[in-house]
Write a protein that binds this ligand. Structure first.
Ligand code: ATP
Ligand code: MG
Length: 455
């Protein structure tokens, strides 16, 4: 059942219980009021009747006077006087004043029990006329209770209607943004992260709407970042492929051509029996193959850097420097790596940092000197740094993925990464510190032992 309907149902239930309680109280109060009123009316009536009967002795026309006594009760609100003949029949009776708005019979039956009756004997000579009596008739009293009840019912009904209307409107208003929220959640589930909801409404719900909006914005940001990453990845892959194609073409192609040329010259030389020249050609072919093997290894190591690191960090960094030297001969590289390896996991991470740090320096800083260093600090941490003397960080530096990815990797391993301008001179200093602990799988010492064992 919807929340609004459920609330209305519960409130109506409470109001009905209150109404029933109020009805019972009104009934009880009505019964008591009628009883009290009738008792006091009959007391007053009794005194009046006794006085009137006492005055009969002084009357010249008793029969007429008795009739007047009965008639004097005409129009009374609570009492009816009667003259009862000796045989019990009603010889005369007064009439009770009728209420302007009589109560329904069911209420009369509900409230009224037996009427109170008091009989009076007539003095000596009038005894033969019968007896006088007064009896209560609560018709007017019941009609008062009825009017009272009607008024209360109108007030209570107005109150209940007002309460229900207020609850209906308030809950409806409070819940309307929830419907919007549900629509917005549906949109987010469908991949539309631009969905937002208005942050109005009750305080508790406004907090939820605000958090939803923040979540959607965050998702939109992540999606945008993913898109950029994806685009960048494709670009990088394209560049990589183009570079490999160029390398294969420029480095391998000429040697293959040379091998082909040398191989073609061999048969005529053999025919001529020129063994010396054949040997020279064969050596030239071997040289070309040797060059091709070197280039092929360089290309393969770029495609699979992990294989590079397998031989230790310093070896991999050597290859990295060779790669850049071939492309930027103007840059002087310095390497300060105290240990051949710090363990496979740390070596791989350190190599990634060197790779991105060097690439950033070359791409953004145009330096003529880059120093790559990896050393164990006194508190058993691995300190990796890439320092260049390039143009330094620009104030408007864009946020790429290189540093972000690097920082994520380092933080994952419990380390820290700081990139700053070189103090006092131009250039950039990139420093990463990583703990050398069992959480970073292989310890430097363990590795040293392995190498010592292998030696
Ligand atoms: N050595 C450096 N010299 C000068 N500027 C640098 C250097 N390293 C980083 N920066 C600046 O920091 C920015 C962020 O670097 P980051 O590696 O995160 O991204 P990127 O190199 O621009 O792109 P990506 O690495 O995603 O291809 C760079 O765009 C550049 O402006
Ligand atoms: Mg970069």
């Amino acid at each position: 059942m919807p929340l609004r309907r459920r609330l209305l149902f519960l409130i109506s239930l409470v109001l009905i219980v209150c109404l029933i309680g109020g009805g019972v109280l009104t009934y009880w109060h009505g019964v008591r009021k009628i009883d009290l009123e009738m008792s006091s009316a009959i007391n007053v009536g009794e005194t009046a009747m006794e006085d009137a009967i006492a005055a009969l002795a002084a009357s010249n026309d008793g029969t007429h006077t008795i009739g007047r006594i009965v008639v004097s009760f005409n129009g009374d609100r609570h009492l009816r006087a009667k003259l009862l003949a000796p045989d019990g029949t009603i010889a005369r009776s007064s009439s009770v004043r009728l209420p302007t708005d009589p109560a329904p019979t069911w209420l009369y039956d509900l409230l009224v029990s037996k009427p109170q009756v008091v009989s009076f004997d007539l003095p000596g000579e009038y005894k033969s006329l019968g007896r006088l009596s007064i009896e209560t008739d609560p018709l007017n009293e019941v009609s008062e209770v009825w009017e009272d009840m009607k008024l209360k019912l109108i007030i209570v009904s107005a109150f209940c209607s007002l309460v229900l209307a207020l609850v209906y409107v308030t809950v409806g208003r409070a819940l309307r943004p929830l419907e919007n929220l549900s629509t917005a959640i549906g949109r987010v589930a469908g991949g539309d992260f631009q969905a937002q909801v208005s942050e109005t409404g009750p305080q508790e719900l406004a907090v939820i709407y605000k958090q939803f909006n923040e979540m959607a914005e965050q998702l939109a940001r992540v999606e945008h970042q993913n898109l950029r990453l994806h685009e960048q990845l494709s670009t990088v892959q394209e560049e990589e492929r183009a570079e490999i194609a160029r390398d294969l073409h420029d480095e391998i192609g000429p040697f293959l051509f040379a091998v082909d040329v040398d191989a073609q010259t061999i048969p005529p030389l053999l025919m001529r029996g020129d063994n010396e020249d054949v040997r020279e050609r064969a050596n030239a072919i071997r040289q070309s193959v040797g060059h091709m093997q070197t280039h092929l290894r360089a290309i393969l190591s770029r495609l699979r850097p992990a294989t590079l690191v397998d031989l230790g960090l310093s070896h991999a960094v050597d290859q990295l420097i060779a790669f850049w030297k071939a492309r930027r001969p103007g840059i002087v590289f310095e390497m300060d790596i105290t240990e051949v390896s710090f363990g496979a996991a740390l070596d791989a991470l350190a190599f990634r940092i060197f790779q991105e740090g060097t690439s950033n320096a070359v791409r953004h800083g145009a330096p003529n000197r880059i120093v790559l260093s990896a050393r164990r600090t006194e508190n058993n941490r691995l300190r990796i740094s890439v320092v260049d003397n390039g143009t330094g960080l620009k104030a408007t530096a864009s946020r790429g993925f290189g540093l972000t990815g690097m920082r994520e990797r380092v933080t994952e391993k419990g380390g820290s990464l700081v990139i700053t301008e070189a103090s006092g001179k131009s250039g950039v200093v990139l420093v990463a510190e990583l703990p050398i602990t069992p959480s970073n799988p292989i310890l430097a010492h363990a590795n040293d032992d392995t190498r010592a064992g292998a030696a």
